[in-house]
Ligand binder design. Structure first.
Ligand code: PMP
Length: 408
């Protein structure tokens, strides 16, 4: 029988603990670089103007109700999401070999994909999934929950603070044939390090030779470079090479819809005469999994995103909002690097501008992270990751000086 007293205390979520410590700190110039959400130049959450507009349109619709969405979600949302990630003229869409379900943001999409693979991907000889080391910590938990074995491949080079490309390739090459390889489509979390297009081509080649299955996690399309197509390049390249793959797509960051939980899961099968039948069977199984997990996805965030994605004028405004967010972050990267270089802070700082997206792996050691928290009230995760969005023109000088001091 079940004894509630055997349930052990779980360790505290490290990010949650960090946020609590930040809130408790009464120091006036404290700096929060832990949070994985965009902040404006005044360290405040930013509701995208285009989202505000879509919100007003929705609210003024007298026919809006709170009925259930279909199991696979809002159809105009999922089809627009396909076009966004795959490209409007994607052959996979034309050949009807994509199926898409609306999910509980990116997390739900990763989970649905993991669950599907655990049930149907080589069901008799379970294949392992390989994550980059490091990766978004939730990947480990999500795939553990569906009992898929998981391993890691080298990714971050401590020496260059860039990609350990040789290590990554070698590990993917050595993984048993038909392994699942989880890849971050752009703006790798937590390192900010992405492969170059040439490196992606190499990764693709090795994965083709080993018949691996790519699982793309795409949480930052448009948020990384400011260019929706550029940030989707790797995914589209793999599809062009004929891969069968899946994609977890999140609208948390690029729409600032964090709490509304808008996301999408896509399964793309390779080109074949039977592709349409295959995809229809896959869709039928995904619908059953979705039904048992969440029944129906939440409506509000998907309605907002859908309005914007399906209206040329709103879409253009969204692209402008994306450039505002990515532009501010890129600006902060440049400023931080140049301040550190001006002060002659020991070490090299090109990685700050080479890395992309929300996060940067600074290279600060755990000891330095704890010291900078204690001395300067700057909060970042123990692995030395900072959220670039936490920096602004008011605190960047303060932060750069704190880094300089802790390194010397
Ligand atoms: N994958 C990665 C790599 C992420 O960084 C995130 C956001 N932290 C997600 C997935 C999913 O986030 P959400 O569920 O909020 O969309």
């Amino acid at each position: 029988s079940f004894h509630a007293d055997v349930v052990p205390q779980a360790p505290e979520d490290p990010l949650f603990g960090l946020m609590a410590a930040f809130r408790k700190d009464t120091f006036e110039n404290k700096v929060d670089l832990g949070i994985g959400a965009y902040r404006d130049n005044n360290a405040k959450p930013w509701v995208l103007p285009v989202v505000k507009k879509a919100d007003e349109i929705l609210r003024s619709d007298p026919n809006l109700n709170h009925e259930y969405l279909p199991i696979a979600g809002l159809q105009e949302f999922t089809s627009a999401s396909q076009k966004l990630i795959l490209g409007a003229d994607s052959p996979a869409i034309k050949e009807r070999r994509v199926t898409s379900l609306q999910t509980i943001s990116g997390t739900g999409a990763v989970h649905l994909g993991a669950l599907f693979l655990s049930k149907f991907y080589h069901p008799n000889t379970k294949r392992a999934v390989y994550f980059s080391n490091p990766t978004w910590v939730n990947h480990h938990q999500i795939f553990s929950n569906v009992h898929l074995p998981h391993h890691t491949y080298p990714y971050f080079s401590k020496k260059t603070k860039g990609l350990d490309f040789e290590g990554m390739i070698e590990s993917i090459e050595n993984a048993p044939e038909g392994s699942i390889i989880l890849l971050h489509a752009c703006a790798h979390n937590p390192t900010g390090v992405d492969p170059t297009q040439d490196q992606w081509k190499e990764i693709c080649k090795v994965m083709q030779a080993k018949k691996h299955f790519p699982f793309f996690d795409c949480a930052y399309q448009g948020f990384a470079s400011g260019d929706l197509n550029k940030d989707a390049w790797a995914v589209r390249y793999f599809i062009d090479q004929g891969f069968e793959l899946c994609i977890a797509q999140s609208y948390a960051k690029n729409f600032g819809l964090y709490g509304e939980r808008a996301g999408c899961f896509h399964f793309v099968t390779g080109p074949s005469p039977d592709a349409e039948n295959i995809i229809s069977r896959i869709a039928s199984q995904l619908a059953i999994l979705q039904r048992s997990e969440i029944s129906n996805p939440p409506a509000y965030g998907a309605r907002i995103a859908s309005l914007v994605l399906n209206d040329a004028e709103l879409f253009a405004e969204w692209e402008d909002n994306l450039r505002t967010m990515s532009g501010r972050i890129i600006d902060m990267r440049r400023t931080l690097r140049s301040k550190l270089e001006e002060m002659g802070t020991p070490g090299t700082w090109n990685h700050i501008t080479d890395q992309i997206g929300m996060f940067s792996f600074t290279g600060l050691t755990e000891k330095q992270v704890l010291k900078i928290r204690e001395d300067a009230h700057v909060y970042m995760t123990k692995n030395g990751r900072i959220s670039m969005a936490g920096l602004n023109t008011h605190n960047i000088e303060y932060f750069a000086k704190a880094v300089d001091k802790v390194i010397r």
